[in-house]
Write a protein that binds this ligand. Structure first.
Ligand code: NAI
Ligand code: 15L
Length: 268
């Protein structure tokens, strides 16, 4: 049966707020979890992923988990370790203990951020491209994907790991034209990931049907995802402001964009 009650972790964040608005239309009842309180949502659980008792209670009885909570940008390793690595482990342990069978994990393009972006005529980046994290943040997303694989192989908990490109109301850079996931397509993709059958552990790229797409959406489409949006509507304005991507600029040469260079770590 399609999952009805879904625990949404990271519900106070940018993407969590967008999905709180969009997912109920698909028939989901959302249970909310975040370390930050959410105004107007007295039923939300306000706790850290480090609070294993709160987490266990929060997952009890849900049909699936949409795991968005975590640090969403680069940060010192110790912080990433606690929130993203230990936090995601705690989440899966709670799911295992309470018998939750399906997780949708918010992975990121930054798990493979040092992958060169395709140039004219190159094939799209496939979903089995080797991991090339561009930050400790991206490294933690690779860890989450491997944890998902372990919990499928060992415990039969299914996961769709969605390597999200950039999910915001609008793209704000020329790079984002290639990786943008419109909020509406984000909801479509999460819905497909929550309901598709026999996913085991599946990794998908999370973008809209962008004219300037860099990566292959076939594993996402195989779940039933049919993107409706294209970032090209924003291209003229962004290119006028920022220019086209510069082939000589290292911050423009890889999928992860400025995450690969900011702060500078090595010569390119
Ligand atoms: P955000 O930073 O706006 O939201 C993250 C939420 O997680 C925040 O509300 C924060 O309070 C909560 N959180 C952080 N650490 C926590 C902890 N230890 N315990 C409990 N709650 C904690 O980020 P955003 O943009 O909403 O992203 C959501 C998820 O999607 C993140 O995992 C991020 O890495 C991932 N993602 C987002 C992308 C995007 O374009 N928005 C792109 C790729 C991945
Ligand atoms: C991410 O993983 C971040 O969470 C988000 O804030 C954006 O920076 C996005 O990637 C991106 O690559 O644009």
């Amino acid at each position: 049966p399609a999952p009805r009650t879904v625990l949404l972790t990271g519900a106070a964040g940018g993407l969590g707020t967008l999905m709180r608005g969009l997912l109920p239309a698909y028939g989901y009842e959302l249970r909310l979890f975040d370390m930050n309180p959410i105004e107007g949502e007295p039923g939300a659980v306000t706790a850290e992923l480090a609070d294993t008792a709160a987490l266990r209670e929060a997952v009890r009885g849900v049909d699936a988990i949409l795991h968005l909570a975590g640090i969403s940008l680069e940060a010192p390793f110790e912080k990433i370790l606690r929130a993203n690595i230990e936090g995601t482990y705690n989440l899966y342990e709670a799911a295992r203990a309470e018998g939750v069978r399906r997780v949708v994990f918010a992975s990121s393009n930054h798990a493979v951020g040092f992958t060169p972006r395709p140039r004219e005529g190159d094939p799209l980046i496939p979903v089995d491209t080797p991991r090339r994290p561009d930050t400790y943040y991206g490294l933690s997303k690779g860890f989450g994907e491997d944890l998902a694989q372990l919990y499928w192989d060992r415990y039969g908990i299914e996961t769709v790991s969605v390597r999200i490109g950039s999910c915001f109301m609008e793209p704000t850079s020329v790079r984002m034209l290639s990786v943008w996931l419109s909020p509406g397509d984000g909801a479509r993709l999460f819905h497909a990931a929550l309901t598709a059958e026999d996913v085991g552990h599946t990794v998908v790229h999370g973008s809209s049907a962008n004219t300037r797409l860099w990566w292959d959406l076939s594993t996402a489409r195989a779940l039933g995802y049919e993107p409706q949006d294209d970032s090209e509507q924003f291209a003229e304005k962004l290119v006028a402001e920022q220019g086209e991507l510069d082939p000589d600029n290292p911050a423009h040469s890889c999928l992860g964009g400025p995450f690969t260079t900011d702060p500078p770590r090595r010569p390119h």
